[in-house]
Design a binder for this molecule. Structure first.
Ligand code: SAM
Length: 292
């Protein structure tokens, strides 16, 4: 484990780390020097306020000894903040080649604790590149945020936690409860595998350039005892149920076969609608579907 605390450090209070995010050139200067205009197609909305990136990094919890994977470091505002935590190392995956050169100063200053993987996060397995204990902390590119999350949820037990920035509307869906408008497939799959909670919102003006929407940081930890269910079966039953969310399940689940028998096996009223069924109900339905 890397302990960057100097011998002369005081024995009480927050432990200082050797990495000082403010000691590097300001992010606006880095952006100007390397001509890093934001590209919409890559979901580039940067956080240039180091107080804010520090807040996000700290909100991930105690990262002592943890390898943190960051998706999309961009000009490196959050990367710097992550290096200022007690994380053992930071591995950042970036698709846009322009940032690799711009991040060289941070790599130098990080003294072996930062490595960059150039590639598409949809194709890089964080479990393969980062040793345990590992966590993900990222201001996600919104165009691929949901598929990335779904990929990680499938093996969330391999992570200490995921601390992720989403557009608020997606964050609302992740934590939505039955009976609410935002409750849907993403809520069920997320809450089946994880304990997900909203940490805080950020206004659009916190970003450069500002996106059209508000953003939200969500913290996800693996659920200790997820209800037994098969991933594919749960996807199939939630797709059928929420595909026609206004209809009664005895109708919307017809595409799966004998809907009434499935619902009876799962102990769900045939007249219930998808948005009334909780995660346990959907897990029971997935088991009934799998065992049919
Ligand atoms: N972390 C920086 C910050 O907070 O200022 C940048 C965040 S920006 C919302 C998203 C970043 O993800 C950009 O740097 C973008 O180039 C990168 N990105 C977009 N799609 C990606 C992908 N498929 N794989 C890896 N990085 C990606």
């Amino acid at each position: 484990m890397t302990d960057a605390t100097p011998d002369s450090a005081p024995m009480s209070g927050p432990m200082p780390t050797a990495f000082d995010p403010q000691a590097l050139p300001p992010l606006r200067e880095v952006i100007a020097r390397f001509g890093l205009d934001a590209r919409k197609a890559l979901g580039q909305n940067f956080l240039l306020d180091l107080n804010l990136t520090g807040r996000i990094a700290r909100s991930a919890g105690d990262m002592t000894g943890v390898t943190v994977v960051e998706i999309g470091p961009g000009p490196g505002g959050l990367t710097r903040a992550l290096l200022a935590t007690k994380a053992k190392q930071v591995i950042a995956i970036e698709r846009d080649h322009r940032f690799i050169e711009a991040l060289q100063d941070v790599i130098q200053a990080a003294d072996g604790r930062l490595s960059i993987v150039e590639g598409d996060a949809l194709e890089v397995d964080p479990i393969a590149i980062a040793p345990a204990p590992r966590a993900i902390v990222a201001n996600l590119p919104y165009n691929v945020a949901t598929p990335l999350l779904i990929g990680w949820l499938g093996r969330i037990e391999e992570f200490v936690s995921l601390t992720l920035m989403f557009q608020k509307e997606v964050a609302d869906r992740l934590v939505a409860k039955p009976g609410s408008k935002a409750y849907g497939r993403l809520s069920v799959i997320t809450q089946w595998r994880s304990d997900a909670r909203v940490l805080f919102n950020l206004p659009a003006k916190a970003f450069t350039p500002p996106p059209k929407v508000e953003s939200t940081i969500v913290h996800l930890t693996p659920r200790a005892n997820p209800e037994p269910a098969e991933w594919k079966a749960l996807e199939q039953v939630t797709a059928a149920a929420f595909g026609q969310r206004r209809k009664m399940l005895r109708q919307s689940l017809k595409s799966l076969g004998n809907a009434e028998a499935l619902l009876a096996a799962a102990g769900i009223e045939p007249t219930a609608r998808a948005e009334e069924v909780d995660v346990s109900g959907f897990a029971a339905l997935a088991r009934a579907y799998r065992g049919r």
